[in-house]
Design a protein around this ligand. Structure first.
Ligand SMILES: [Zn+2]
Length: 167
């Protein structure tokens, strides 16, 4: 039986702030060269070891919206308490349950803005909903994620969390 961490409803009001991304970001994306690889039909981020995430993190750093996210004290404490292996399992569960379906319930609003370090990582890395996954990672919406894509997303989330913990 899977132990999916159940979000405390009190911590996650249903009116989670809608995602706001503005024009400057799309401009910076245009010059990033990511569009070229998207046009080939190959996901911009084919599942690869975490070594090749530098260009992604550089693009994210240019987004005012994405770069605002940080792990706060309680979330950092949670990572320390649970350990990275457990956090990775939570990430895999969230990605599988909330992001991987072809049409995730409540898509665009399924990821709370806080309350679990993985949620924060999802917003920070453009892995919060299928629209953002398409925009930032070139993984098309409207179909289920492959196992490799799920693993890739988990890798991105964990890389972000590890970077935050090293700050
Ligand atoms: Zn999103």
């Amino acid at each position: 039986m899977r132990t999916v961490p159940s979000p405390d409803p009190e911590l996650f009001p249903t009116e989670a702030a809608p995602e706001r991304e503005n024009a400057p970001e799309s401009a910076s994306k245009a010059e990033s060269g990511a569009s070229a690889s998207q046009q080939t039909g190959t996901p911009a981020a084919a599942p690869e070891p975490a070594g090749d995430l530098e260009p992604l993190f550089a693009r994210l750093a240019r987004s005012e919206f994405r770069s605002r996210f940080r792990l706060r004290t309680a979330e950092r404490a949670y990572v320390t308490e649970k350990g990275l292996a457990t956090i990775r399992r939570h990430a895999a569960d969230f990605v599988h349950g909330r992001l991987a379906p072809a049409f995730p319930p409540n898509d665009g609003r399924q990821t709370p803005m806080r309350g679990h370090p993985v949620f924060v990582a999802q917003h920070a890395t453009g892995c919060c909903c299928r629209g953002c996954l398409s925009k930032w990672h070139g993984i098309p919406a409207g179909r289920s994620l492959t196992e490799a894509e799920e693993a890739y997303v988990v890798g991105v989330l964990m890389a972000w969390i590890e970077r935050q913990m090293a700050r």
